[in-house]
Design a protein around this ligand. Structure first.
Ligand SMILES: [Zn+2]
Length: 250
């Protein structure tokens, strides 16, 4: 007998434990599959979700653009109000003007203000047009969102039901696994679980024979004879390359 762990345990018992562990791993892998299936979103849901997110992003951009235009429009309106007040004041002062020269000065001033007001009004027109365009686009995007959101809700609900069913299935497998685990020595189970975590999947693999050589089924490396021998003797041995526990091929 070898000198690694399990040396005192009868070979048949040790082999039975390793086989039980291998069977338990099948359960673990099935549970893994169910969990990853539960996590991945169905294609249609993903498509609609992406569509809704893209539209929401577009809507946010449009609303920001609308606010910018409103601010710009507001600025022009205030400038026009301010200029109109100045125009009125200049007209009042013109009435009190004493000389023809003063009169002309006021006239020029009033004309300047009028020109500036006209300029600002001209600048306001494209802003208003842009605002109308943005508002129309907002309405279009909102209509599209209103159509898609119930669809998304429906798909999300269906997905919740799907996930619930998968989780229930996984729960049933976990219960079965717990029963199986009772038949396996704790230290062996712990070692397997640690390897599985590190290797993201399998913790125990078969050693396969190819003519005169033995390979690890996990990483395909050719195993040294002394390792292969221990595996044949049903000792707890790990692949020197990938570190997984090895089980003699049936
Ligand atoms: Zn290996």
């Amino acid at each position: 007998m070898g000198n690694v762990s399990g040396a005192d345990v009868p070979q048949s018992k040790q082999l039975a434990a390793l086989r039980a562990l291998f069977a338990l791993q099948e359960k673990d892998l099935a549970i893994d599959r169910l969990e990853s299936e539960a996590e991945s979103l169905p294609e249609e849901l993903l498509a609609v979700k992406n569509q809704v997110e893209a539209l929401e992003e577009r809507l946010a951009e449009l609303l920001e653009r609308k606010r910018e235009l409103e601010r710009e429009y507001q600025r022009h309106s205030l400038d026009i109000e301010d200029l109109s007040a100045k125009e009125k004041q200049a007209e009042e002062e013109q009435k009190k003007a004493q000389t023809a020269r003063e009169q002309t000065q006021y006239e020029n001033r009033i004309q300047q203000i009028k020109d500036r007001i006209r300029e600002l009004l001209e600048l306001s027109t494209p802003i208003m047009e842009a605002m109308e365009e943005v508002e129309a686009e907002v309405a279009r995007v909102e209509a599209e969102l209103n159509q898609l959101r119930p669809k998304l809700e429906e798909l999300l609900k269906a997905n919740e039901a799907r996930v619930r069913a998968l989780k229930e299935e996984a729960q049933a497998l976990l219960a079965e696994r717990a029963v199986m685990a009772q038949g396996i020595p704790t230290s062996l189970l712990k070692e397997y679980e640690a390897i599985r975590r590190a290797r993201r999947g399998t913790g125990i693999v078969r050693m396969v024979r190819q003519g005169q050589i033995f390979r690890c089924e996990g990483c395909n490396v050719v195993l040294p004879t002394h390792v292969a021998q221990k595996v044949v003797q049903a000792q707890v041995v790990r692949c020197p390359s990938c570190g997984r526990l090895l089980l003699k091929e049936e």
